[in-house]
Design a protein around this ligand. Structure first.
Ligand SMILES: C[S@@+](CC[C@H](N)C(=O)[O-])C[C@H]1O[C@@H](n2cnc3c(N)ncnc32)[C@H](O)[C@@H]1O
Length: 231
């Protein structure tokens, strides 16, 4: 299956998708793209603008995941505004959702964090995330779904302890990489289990239809099944 992973970051969402797929990741910060490539050497990593890439290549994939930047949408804007950070929400998020909803034939999902305003289009919600997609996503409760943003303040961890907790939470080890603000990179991640959950939701329906028809026809597994992810 051909997968497009936009705004790839260090690949939290992608971590548990396995290696049997042909995955193209798009990230515009070279240092972050390098870490992604270190974790997923078989993925094609492109350093460019994901928003533009989507428009030019959306027809080439079977599954598209997009995680546009969340800073201008997140609830933090309440207090940031009071601190003098005065800005508009970035409409690229809504452009992608509307575009994909109307023109994309493959399975797609756009992820963001819960916002400070009522969403313009109703999302699915799971943990601290919003998801817009053309398939049903149920709310997955992660075993250790604590509030990452408040973690340091509430537990009085040192920055190093906080980094280690985030690494343990995501099961992502950044110790061998030289890059500033590793905590931010990890806070940006979709938890791998949630990334896998959404991925499974996208293809559950097809699996169920195939399984039913196989039972009915008592036939060998159809060829098209080969293309499906193992879930
Ligand atoms: C929220 S993070 C993505 C997290 C990722 N989905 C994960 O689960 O690990 C967004 C990423 O998009 C990158 N980014 C921001 N604007 C971009 C753009 N226009 N094109 C490509 N990447 C961009 C940022 O550097 C950041 O790494």
């Amino acid at each position: 299956m051909k997968i497009l992973n936009l705004y790839a970051g260090i690949g939290g969402n992608r971590k548990l998708w396995g290696d049997e797929h042909e995955i193209t990741a798009v990230e515009n910060v070279p240092g972050i793209a390098k870490i992604y490539h270190g974790f997923f050497p078989n993925d094609k990593v492109i350093i460019t603008d994901a928003h533009k890439y989507l428009l030019e290549h959306y027809k080439e994939f079977d599954f598209i995941w997009s995680s546009p930047p969340c800073p201008t949408h997140s609830v933090c804007n309440h207090f940031l505004n009071a601190q003098g950070v005065i800005r508009y929400p970035d409409m690229n998020l809504w452009q992608e959702i509307i575009f994909l909803k109307h023109f994309c034939k493959c399975k797609w999902v756009v992820e963001n964090v819960r916002g400070y305003y009522d969403p313009l289009i109703k999302p699915y919600e799971s943990g601290r995330h919003y998801f817009w997609s053309n398939f049903y996503i149920n709310n997955k409760k992660l075993k250790s779904n604590f509030n990452i943003a408040n973690m340091r303040a509430s537990t009085r961890l040192t920055p190093e302890e906080n980094l280690r907790s985030l690494e343990l939470f995501h099961k992502i080890d950044l110790s061998e990489f030289e890059i500033n603000d590793k905590r931010k990179l990890l806070r940006n991640c979709v938890h791998p289990e949630l990334g896998l959950h959404v991925f499974k939701c996208a293809f559950k329906e097809i699996q169920q239809i195939l399984t039913k028809s196989e039972v009915k026809l008592n036939k060998a597994i159809p060829k098209s099944r080969d293309k499906l992810p193992k879930i």
